[in-house]
Design a binder for this molecule. Structure first.
Ligand SMILES: Nc1ncnc2c1ncn2[C@@H]1O[C@H](COP(=O)(O)OP(=O)(O)O)[C@@H](O)[C@H]1O
Ligand SMILES: [Mg+2]
Length: 364
């Protein structure tokens, strides 16, 4: 596959609101045609960064490039971007079609040409035939689609989406996530999504920038972020991560010899220690599904440890076990897919736990 060209480049972008340092040296590139997400807790600067692309927010220093062009001094309405807002403001007194065509009303199109463009945009978002309906009568999900159609009709190179699904209920949100992915593939333009929902970012994105306090902590594809988070903070923000104290015995030829509580001596590859030193002391991290409770007759394919079950949470399809590996002080979580006919273990039971050094991430 050929490398996609760069659509957005942030070059050491800083933004101050008065004394408040909201963006602290953002350097990153977003490729053409990419579904890119800005993910982080509330207040970390996601919306601010998105607005610097749109041109709604000036920057204090650095540069924002779009399609190879420095955007300094380029007003929002002359940028090849369009934004779908958190609260998608639909004009309730207009029809769906009038809402969608709103941005084109001064484009000098004939009535027929405008109607064709509106029809095309409505078709794209699954609202074919809704043009004459009153906008105020729409459901939340339909309003969302109208907002999308209104943005897409202007044929931007980049669509900016600021928490567009946060007002929808869980079921509707999941449905719209799938539709947004489909839509992005269909139109092929760059989508940049702001979300504080890690699951949403993982499901939807080609790549994700995880932000904390005005900085990008890690920028990677979903699998890398999940499997190889570069800090405890990123690991904690995305999914559940267990941690056990560890010490580094040696580091040679791209391999690390580590002594980890509960696991003993393990050899890790350099890529299993993707982060910089934090000064917090070393620890190994691992996801709940990378460990397996061994039932009678089962054997580990790699390594195994003894443990005691301390808590059991039954979810129907899954059971979460909090277990304490021998030689450790605090329980870790193991998630197990339930198998029909196999009993759920009781609190206090002794069990063997299978694990693999390859699933460990070293934080130092
Ligand atoms: N117009 C503004 N004036 C002053 N501070 C602002 C303004 N907009 C945002 N901030 C502050 O900048 C920080 C980042 O805000 P924002 O980009 O909206 O975060 P997010 O979208 O990640 O929740 C927050 O602390 C917020 O209070
Ligand atoms: Mg925001």
């Amino acid at each position: 596959m050929t490398e996609k060209p760069t659509m957005i480049a942030f070059q050491d972008v800083h933004k101050y609101y008065g004394d408040y340092h909201a963006l602290r040296g953002i350097t990153a590139t977003i490729k053409a045609g990419e579904f890119f997400s800005l993910l982080g807790p509330s207040g970390c600067g996601k919306t601010t960064l998105l607005r610097t692309i749109a041109g709604f927010e000036g920057i204090s220093s650095g540069a924002v490039m779009i399609d190879g062009r420095n955007m300094a001094g380029v007003p929002a309405n002359q940028r090849p971007t369009n934004m779908v807002f958190q609260s998608y403001a639909i004009f309730p007194h207009l029809t769906v079609g009038e809402n969608v065509g709103f941005g084109l009303r001064r484009a000098g199109l004939t009535k027929d040409a405008l109607a064709a463009r509106v029809g095309e945009a409505l078709d794209m978002v699954g609202l074919k035939g809704y043009g004459a309906r009153a906008a105020h009568a729409l459901s939340g999900g339909q309003r969302q689609r109208v907002a999308l159609a209104r943005a897409l009709i202007l044929k931007p190179k980049v669509l900016l989406l600021d928490e567009p699904l946060s007002a929808l209920d869980k079921k509707m949100r999941e449905q719209m996530q799938v539709e947004l992915i489909r839509l992005q593939r269909q139109v092929g333009i760059t989508f940049i999504l702001v979300t504080h929902d890690q699951e949403e970012a993982l499901v939807m994105s080609d790549r994700i920038a995880v932000m904390f306090e005005g900085e990008i902590a890690q920028l990677a594809d979903p699998e890398t972020l999940y499997r190889r988070p570069n800090s405890r903070k990123v690991a904690d923000f995305i999914g559940t991560m267990n941690f056990l104290p560890a010490s580094i015995l040696s580091e040679t030829g791209g391999k690390l010899e580590v002594e980890a509580q509960g696991f003993g001596k393990v050899t890790l590859e350099a890529e299993q220690a993707p982060g910089a030193a934090s000064g917090e002391g070393a620890a190994v991290g691992f996801r709940p599904e990378t460990l397996t409770i061994l039932f009678e007759g089962q054997t580990a394919t790699d390594r195994e440890s003894m443990a005691t079950i301390e808590e059991v949470v039954y979810y129907g399809d899954m059971t979460y076990y909090d277990v304490r590996l021998d030689g450790t002080e605090k329980p870790i979580r193991i998630s197990m897919r339930n198998v029909f006919g196999r009993p759920v273990l009781d609190i206090g039971a002794r069990t063997r736990v299978a694990w693999s050094p390859g699933a460990l991430v070293l934080f130092r």
